[in-house]
Write a protein that binds this ligand. Structure first.
Ligand code: NDP
Length: 240
């Protein structure tokens, strides 16, 4: 099977750990990013892998991005939809822009990216897609109607696309991380974070590498019977 993997948001945070894990597993990784070219350059220096800049919320940019990756590296057999943002605020203060930005970047991006790779995967009768959801899409979270809706949408999207891909060798799964130590979580105020950690039975934040392990399990060639599932990696915070 081809061994080219695209990891969106793959140059820092959880995505960086996923990229590195897949490189270790022998994949040629194309790590996409949004605008932080310093992090992308550091990633390229450290790993020797290529990074690509495009906005995952922009349909045409995603089609062009995938065309470029395939021209450079060959057919894409693995897609990890990891790029995401938060723009928190309670409903009575939430602006339409914050709603739209989070839906676009976290959920519409999965459509944009899957649309770009799905025909090739179907033709080649092989593909592995992993979408990064969230415990907050499963359980909800105060101040995150936009983010919880987008992540919950990812879980439904995953199950629907899994049904379409099952007979043609394309598996589609989701991972629902709990709280993982990255810049996204560093943005949570200290007192709030203390309360969150107190509710995690394992008693600590997760590590990006712990999500990456789940991805490499789901994208393995011998994981073909696992599709439409959500793997929760959350230290026991939400069991369901
Ligand atoms: P970070 O904020 O550390 O990294 C986000 C990544 O997404 C960056 O590489 C960023 O690119 C990229 N990105 C953001 N917007 C866009 C865009 N419009 N186009 C292309 N790329 C973009 O986040 P995390 O590593 O913490 O999170 C990764 C994923 O895991 C997200 O989907 C998040 O929702 C999810 N998650 C995270 C949890 C956590 O506790 N950290 C918990 C549950 C889920 P750039 O570097 O250019 O800014």
């Amino acid at each position: 099977m081809g061994k080219v993997a695209i990891v969106t948001g793959g140059t820092r945070g959880i995505g960086e750990a996923i990229s590195k894990e897949l490189i270790d597993k022998g994949f040629t990784v194309a790590a996409s990013y949004g605008g932080n070219s310093e992090a992308a350059a550091a990633f390229e220096r450290e790993t020797g892998a290529k990074s690509y800049q495009w906005d995952v919320g922009d349909f045409e940019a995603c089609q062009e991005g995938v065309r470029q990756v395939e021209a450079d590296l060959g057919p894409v057999s693995v897609l990890v939809n990891n790029a995401g943002i938060t723009r928190d605020g309670t409903m009575h203060k939430m602006t339409a822009e914050r709603w739209q930005e989070v839906i676009q970047t976290n959920l519409t991006s999965c459509f944009n990216m899957c649309r770009a790779v799905i025909e090739g995967m179907r033709e080649r009768q092989y593909g592995r897609i992993v979408n990064i959801g969230s415990v907050n899409g499963q359980a909800g979270q105060y101040g995150q109607v936009n983010y919880a809706a987008a992540k919950s949408g990812i879980h439904g999207f995953t199950k629907a696309l899994a049904q379409e891909g099952a007979a043609v060798g394309v598996t589609v799964n989701a991972i629902a991380p709990g709280y993982i130590a990255t810049s996204m979580v560093e943005a949570v105020p200290g007192k709030v974070l203390e309360k969150i950690v107190a509710r995690i039975p394992v008693g600590r934040l997760g590590r990006p590498e712990e999500i990456a392990r789940g991805v490499s399990f789901l994208v393995a060639e011998d994981a073909g019977f696992i599709t439409g599932s959500t793997l929760s990696i959350n230290g026991g915070q939400h069991m369901y």
